[in-house]
Design a protein around this ligand. Structure first.
Ligand code: FA5
Length: 341
């Protein structure tokens, strides 16, 4: 009986080597392991042999059954693999494979700051204005009360493309374009790219972003400027934020001020970001110089206004703890991925 069982195994091994598909494999499974199969047949005769032999034959029968089951399982897996390979060759998709995660973009920290600031000012009733990046000297300097040879032009080392035309050095020319086109009341913010021939270092780049603000109406005072920027600072950095205004100079505002906010990182307790002062200087601002209003055809006896302008990268560096402005322009996905929404 033992020999009979080993013969069955040998026969099955030969058959399995020629199996070509699942139907043949299923037939073979039934043939060897089914109720009417040769193993069952041998086992049915166990009652007619001695107890000692019965144990031995039973053990061999189990071994053969296990070996057969293993062979059939392996053949099944092999056939499945072949089938998949064939389907792939034919271009059939394997819908059981896990999906490859699609690459998605991330909002740039500069865009996030612009979006937040625009939303804050929109909630106060401001509109968003736009202007060309390739600008006329007339709008970038002359109309802003910065005549040729004025020392303020030295702060705006510029990229000229031809006489009278340059890449704008700030977003302030959009003040002029807006005031020349629209009558007061005016309340706008202008996010946009600017260019200066500054030597690149950790805080300066030849290309950067500013956001300009301009309000012109009857009876606008410095108190409106202060109240607006305090509200902005609280909405931008948190309710506890305070502002500090110190005298400054810009040819297009009079009086002019430099605005600082209590450090958004240490909340004024002094840290590396605020260079242990508790304050971060963020923008230039002031009352629109009457000369500028008049340049745009607005009666400065009737109307007054305030304006402000800040560097977006400066705000983003403070808020997100980025120490080098160059990181914004390197397109390093490791930085950008951190801003996934
Ligand atoms: C101006 O450009 C004024 N137009 C701002 C203004 C508007 C004042 C309206 C009053 C009324 P200033 O040159 O300081 O100001 O630039 C403003 C901000 O732009 C700076 O504080 C800085 O954050 C950013 N900035 C200027 N140059 C660069 C640069 N090369 N790289 C990165 N940021 C810069």
């Amino acid at each position: 009986m033992k020999e009979e069982l080993y013969k069955i195994l040998e026969e099955a091994k030969k058959e399995i080597a020629n199996i070509r598909d699942n139907i043949e494999l299923e037939k073979m499974k039934v043939k060897f392991l089914g109720k009417k199969g040769p193993i069952k047949d041998v086992l049915s005769k166990l009652g007619s042999i001695s107890e000692e032999l019965r144990k031995e034959v039973g053990r061999v029968a189990n071994e053969v059954k296990e070996e057969l089951t293993k062979m059939i399982d392996e053949a099944e897996a092999h056939l499945k693999k072949l089938q998949k390979e064939n389907e792939l060759k034919k271009g059939v998709s394997d819908i059981s494979l896990p999906l490859k995660k699609p690459l998605t973009g991330y909002p740039h920290p500069v865009s996030l700051v612009v979006e937040k600031m625009v939303n804050i000012f929109k909630s106060m009733g401001y509109s968003v204005a736009d202007g060309p990046e390739l600008e006329e000297e007339y709008y970038n300097f002359d109309m802003l009360n910065i005549p040729p040879h004025h020392p303020a032009r030295d702060d705006h080392d510029s990229f000229y493309v031809m006489p009278g035309m340059l890449l704008r050095t700030h977003t302030s020319p959009v003040q002029i374009r807006t005031m020349k086109c629209f009558k007061p009341p005016i309340a706008i913010v202008v996010p946009g790219r600017c260019y200066r021939r500054d030597a690149t270092d950790a805080t300066h780049s030849h290309t950067f972003h500013q956001m300009e603000g301009l309000v012109v109406d009857k009876g606008i005072s410095f108190a409106d400027l202060k109240g607006t920027l305090l509200l902005w600072a609280k909405m931008m950095f948190g309710e506890e934020t305070q502002i500090r205004l110190r005298p400054d100079f810009f040819p297009f505002t009079e009086p002019s001020a430099e605005l600082a906010v209590t450090c958004p990182v240490c909340k004024g307790k002094k840290c590396n970001v605020c260079k242990h002062t508790g304050w971060v200087e963020l923008m230039g601002c002031g009352m629109v110089d009457p000369i500028v209003l008049e340049n745009c055809g607005i009666d400065s006896e009737v109307y007054s206004g305030f304006a402000f302008g800040l560097g977006i990268e400066r705000v983003a560096m403070t808020v997100y703890g980025i120490s080098d402005i160059r990181q914004f322009f390197e397109n390093d996905l490791r930085l950008l991925e951190q801003f996934g929404k």
